[in-house]
Design a protein around this ligand. Structure first.
Ligand SMILES: Cc1cc2nc3c(=O)[nH]c(=O)nc-3n(C[C@H](O)[C@H](O)[C@H](O)COP(=O)(O)OP(=O)(O)OC[C@H]3O[C@@H](n4cnc5c(N)ncnc54)[C@H](O)[C@@H]3O)c2cc1C
Length: 396
């Protein structure tokens, strides 16, 4: 869907501009405004907490014992603190600590990463063998030799409410939020001043945070090689016995079985639960090419697989939707400061960025105030991504 056409309005001079107010942009705006002392303006092509971004779909899974590798654990622990800070600022419950249960085989790389995470960082957890899993979580069809790891810090997040809360709090701390305004160009002049041109005006800033998610390739040619737009499905199923799937009895979960990756959350709406596969479609060239729906045949297949993991589910999805995220080949995000030191690019969160978002916002805050950026890694830079591609990095 195209953003609304707009008439011209007054130009703006600001210290910091944030382009894109989805997940990372909203968190960046909140952190920068909360820090105080610099003017900050955020620009979003749609409305606040709109329905087109990577953050939509009712819930997200939070985990600290990490399938993607132990390297992310310190960032996740910091994100957890900041989620609680946003909850305190907004007075809303955003991170529901119901635990996240990983079910898989001990020899799988992802399960090994989870076990290494809890051991290396002494995370609160429970290790369950096959018999204990069956006893404790009868909702799951547990295969022979399956093991379980309950990440006690894990749980479910409310993504749309989180983005709205971050934007509201950013405004409360003095940020200016411009909605229904599309950025069409970002250029740095010789004096390291950045000009952000929108379809309505010019914004001149000392520094810019660019958080365009799946749209990142449109304005940044250097990202075209390293970012792909990946359609991602979400499906919800009705259990026959809802009482078995409420947050007090049923943690968020991740299951890997025979090359199939499923994840989901307990029932939040009082009649269904989210049980969904990771992928169903090849990457597409642009957000506009993301399919609008899941075909009936594919929905039946997803239903059959969901019921094989949770026998109590009615296999007909009660609700389904198609979303998207910007992926890199190895799911390592892009967090990059350009050569002038005035443009921070945040994208490529590869289907696992939501839980990290406030810590990424903190990186933007540190960038905006010229502080050392914690939770950065050398391989997050655009140059490092290009170098890995040239070396033929393997997909995860
Ligand atoms: C179905 C699905 C399930 C997921 N599950 C999980 C999970 O369980 N746990 C987890 O941690 N992560 C999960 N993720 C990943 C996570 O949600 C994403 O990594 C994260 O939301 C990406 O945030 P972003 O800021 O990069 O993109 P977005 O949130 O999409 O923000 C980009 C913003 O930039 C705006 N924009 C773009 N171009 C312009 C422009 N030119 N002018 C103005 N504005 C512009 C867009 O409108 C948008 O608002 C999931 C993702 C999906 C899609």
């Amino acid at each position: 869907m195209q953003p609304r056409a707009q008439t011209t309005v007054e130009d703006i001079e600001t210290d910091i501009a944030v382009v894109g107010l989805g997940t990372m942009g909203a968190m960046s705006l909140w952190r920068i405004a909360r820090h105080g002392g610099r003017s900050v303006v955020g620009v979003e092509q749609y409305g606040a907490a709109h329905s087109h971004g990577s953050f939509t779909g009712e819930s997200r899974v939070f985990r600290t014992a990490y399938h993607e590798g132990t390297r992310y654990v310190p960032t996740l622990l910091r994100a957890r603190e900041l989620w609680h800070e946003l909850e305190a600022d907004s007075g809303r419950s955003l991170l529901l600590q119901v635990g996240t249960l990983t079910v898989g085989y001990a020899e799988d790389a992802a399960v090994r990463n989870v076990i290494d995470s809890v051991r290396e960082y002494d995370l609160p957890h429970e290790l369950l063998d096959t018999a204990q899993l069956r006893e404790r979580y009868p909702q799951h069809a547990v295969n022979e030799d399956n093991v379980g790891v309950l990440d006690v810090f894990g749980g479910g997040m409310r993504p749309e409410l989180s983005v709205l809360s971050a934007l509201e709090q950013a405004e409360r701390f003095g940020a200016r939020v411009l909605t229904h305004e599309q950025v069409i160009d970002i250029s740095v002049d010789g004096a390291a001043r950045v000009t952000v041109t929108t379809n309505r005006r010019t914004i001149r800033a000392r520094a810019v945070v660019v958080a365009q998610g799946s749209w990142a390739k449109r304005l940044s040619p250097e990202l075209r090689r390293i970012i792909s737009v990946q359609p991602l499905p979400l499906t919800w199923f009705m259990p026959h016995h809802l009482e078995m799937f409420t947050p007090d009895r049923f943690p968020a979960f991740i299951r890997d079985e025979g090359g199939v990756h499923f994840f989901g959350a307990p029932s939040l709406d009082g009649y269904s639960l989210k049980v969904t596969p990771r992928r169903f479609h090849d990457p597409v060239a642009d957000v506009d090419d993301v399919p609008k729906f899941i075909t009936p045949d594919r929905l039946s297949e997803i239903g059959r697989l969901a019921q094989s993991f949770f026998p109590d589910l009615n296999p007909e999805p009660v609700h389904s939707s198609v979303h998207h995220d910007a992926f890199t080949v190895d799911k390592v995000p892009v967090v990059d400061v350009d050569a002038t030191g005035s443009v921070l690019t945040l994208t490529g969160f590869s289907g696992h960025g939501f839980k990290l978002a406030p810590a990424i916002g903190e990186i933007a805050e540190q960038f905006a105030f010229g502080e050392a950026m914690t939770h950065m890694a050398d391989d997050y830079s655009i140059a490092a991504h290009v170098a890995r591609l040239e070396r033929g990095a393997d997909c995860l």
